[in-house]
Ligand binder design. Sequence first.
Ligand code: ITT
Length: 197
Amino acid sequence: MATLNFLTGNAGKLAEAQTLFSPLGWDVQRFEIEGEIPEIIEPQTDNLTTVALAKIAQGVELLASQGRLQESLLVEDSGLFIDALPEFPGVYSAHVLQSIGCEGILRLLDDERSAHFLTAAVLWTGEAVEVFIGRCDGKIAMKIRGDDGFGYDPIFIPDSNDDDRTFAEMPQEEKSACSHRGRALRALYDFLNENGA
Ligand code: ITT
């Protein structure tokens, strides 16, 4: 089974990538150095791809420092974008979740509830960097629902779902089938396949 290193501090993201890649024959492992997840500095910018590229630049330096430059490395940056609150929480999604949480988002909204998630996944192939974007359109629920998933999952209802369940009310495989991360990672998988990885 081929191995894909994933540099992330987010256990939910790691679990989703493992669920998606494992049936396809790829073992996704958290990238660690001496048992620790390395600290990565995220730049202040309003663009997820720029953030993800800054993460991969630091990740590749870390691989090089370990003499592992020929290995692959995945990073990604994701954000929730709410139409009624332009660019919010967007690139600040992690900070906003920590500060006001899903409850705080619900308090800010009225009737206009459309939203989307975006993921910018960046792969170091061992030789070059490739970018994959995934998007999922949907809306913000009226209240918190569901126990699965992570982050904003209990308040996000994807459009592809006709029974109004939030991501947190779906099994992980069902979320992956339509999610921003699922789309970006499936494009990444197709790239790996086409390039004989
Ligand atoms: P990294 O270590 O990979 O950077 P992070 O948690 O800092 O992990 P991001 O900045 O990419 O990740 O994520 C922004 C926030 O959006 C973060 O709080 C996540 O929990 C949340 N988020 C990302 N993907 C999500 C998803 O699929 N469903 C719900 N919330 C999500």
